[in-house]
Design a binder for this molecule. Structure first.
Ligand SMILES: [Fe+2]
Length: 354
C-alpha cells in the first residue's frame, strides 16, 4: 500500500499559491468567496473546503451546504466537468487556490467520466439510504423484541459490502454530507456512518468478503447497548459524574454478552467488546494494547474516532479531521488502519471522457 499522500504533501512542492480566479482573497475577512467553475484549473487544490451553490445564491453558511471538495484532494477535471454539466457555474470557499502542475498529483484514482460519476454518486446515496433503513430495523428489533437474527443480518450486510466497496469515494462524499434523517436515531446514524467508514478501511487492507461482512455487522451493532442509556449521558462530550462514566463503560461488555447470546460470531462480539480500546493501552474496558486488540475493533475504533471528531468540530471533511485530530494522537490507533483510511480519503476519481 502506498504511503498516505497527505503525510508528505508539504514536502512534495511543485505547487504555487495563486489568488482566486474571481479575484477575491477568501481569507481577508474570513467570509466565503465565490469562484467561477470555468476559471478553476483542473487539479487545483483549495486550502479550505469547497461548497456548492446555485446561481444567484448567497454563499452557504459554515456547516451548511454540500461539500464538493476538501484539501488535500484536487479539484479534479471530473468534478469540474460534472459541475458545469449540472450548470453549477460557481462554488464557494474560505480558502485560496493552489495550482497543481503536471506530475504533482497524488491521490488520483481510476478514470471516471462525468456521467459515471453522477451514476456512482446516485448509487452511493441509495446505498446509504438503504443501509440507514436496515440499521433502523435492527435497532427496533433489539429494543422492541430483544432479538436479532445473526444469519439474516449477515446476509443483508453482504449486499451492502459490495456496494460500499465499489463506490468508496462517493460513499465517503455521502457520509461527509449526510444530515440526520427526520425520525432517525443518533445511534443508528452513527452506526451507519461507522459501518461505511469501517468497510472502506477493510476494502483498503484487502479483507476477504466474509471478513468484510463480519466487520460491517459489528460496526452496525457496536453501540446498540447505548439504547438503554439516557441520551443526556451518551450524547455528552464530558461526563458529569463517575456514575455516568461507569454507565457508558458498560455498553461494550453488555453488547458483547447480548450479541453472543444471539449467536453472532466471536469476532463480531469481540469487535463490540473492544471498540473503545486504544493501541497505547489507554482505552476501556480491559485496557488492552497493540495486538491484544482484535483487527475489527482496531478498524472500528479509528472509524468511530474520525466520525466523533468530525461531529465535535462540525467539520465534514474526513481528510482534515484525520490530519488535525487523529494524526496527532496516532499512538492510539493501528498504524496500518490509520494509513488505509488516510489513503482512502485522499483518493478521487480522475477525469475521463463521457
Ligand atoms: Fe461505543
Amino acid at each position: 500500500m502506498k504511503e498516505a499522500p497527505w503525510s508528505t504533501r508539504a514536502a512534495q512542492g511543485n505547487q504555487s499559491a495563486l489568488r482566486g480566479p474571481a479575484g477575491d482573497r477568501a481569507d481577508e475577512d474570513g467570509s466565503m468567496a465565490e469562484y467561477k467553475v470555468r476559471d478553476i484549473a483542473a487539479d487545483s487544490v483549495f486550502s479550505e473546503p469547497v461548497f456548492a451553490g446555485d446561481p444567484g445564491d448567497t454563499p452557504p453558511e459554515e456547516g451548511a451546504g454540500f461539500i464538493l471538495n476538501a484539501p488535500p484532494l484536487p479539484f479534479s477535471r471530473a468534478l469540474r466537468a460534472l459541475l458545469l454539466e449540472w450548470e453549477f457555474t460557481q462554488v464557494y470557499s474560505r480558502g485560496v487556490i493552489t495550482e497543481r502542475r503536471a506530475g504533482g498529483a497524488p491521490g488520483e484514482g481510476p478514470a471516471v467520466s462525468p456521467r459515471a460519476a453522477r451514476e456512482q454518486l446516485g448509487r452511493a446515496a441509495e446505498t446509504y439510504r438503504n443501509l440507514t433503513g436496515f440499521a433502523g430495523t435492527l435497532f427496533t428489533q433489539i429494543s422492541m423484541a430483544g432479538f436479532v437474527d445473526h444469519a439474516g443480518t449477515a446476509e443483508q450486510m453482504s449486499g451492502f459490502v459490495k456496494s460500499v466497496t465499489e463506490d468508496q469515494y462517493f460513499m465517503l462524499k455521502v457520509v461527509e454530507s449526510a444530515r440526520a434523517q427526520p425520525g432517525s436515531h443518533a445511534l443508528s446514524e452513527h452506526a451507519v456512518k461507522s459501518a461505511v467508514i469501517s468497510l472502506i478501511i477493510g476494502a483498503q487492507i484487502k479483507l476477504s468478503a466474509p471478513q468484510m461482512t463480519e466487520l460491517g455487522v459489528a460496526a452496525l451493532l457496536h453501540e446498540t447497548e447505548m439504547l438503554y442509556i439516557p441520551p443526556r449521558v451518551y450524547l455528552a462530550t464530558q461526563w458529569s459524574s463517575v456514575e455516568d462514566q461507569k454507565l457508558i463503560f458498560t455498553h461494550t461488555a453488555l453488547g458483547y454478552k447480548k450479541l453472543s447470546s444471539f449467536g453472532f460470531s466471536p469476532l463480531v462480539c469481540r469487535a463490540v467488546l473492544e471498540h473503545h480500546e486504544a493501541m497505547d493501552g489507554s482505552g476501556y474496558p480491559q485496557r488492552l494494547s497493540g495486538d491484544q486488540i482484535s483487527l475489527y475493533a482496531r478498524i472500528l475504533s479509528c472509524a468511530c474516532a474520525c466520525l466523533n471528531a468530525a461531529g465535535a468540530l462540525l467539520r465534514k471533511d474526513m481528510a482534515l479531521v484525520l490530519k488535525e485530530v487523529l494524526e496527532p494522537q496516532r499512538s492510539k490507533y493501528d498504524e496500518t488502519v490509520l494509513k488505509a483510511l488516510s489513503y482512502a480519503v485522499t483518493q478521487s476519481p480522475e477525469a475521463a471522457a463521457s
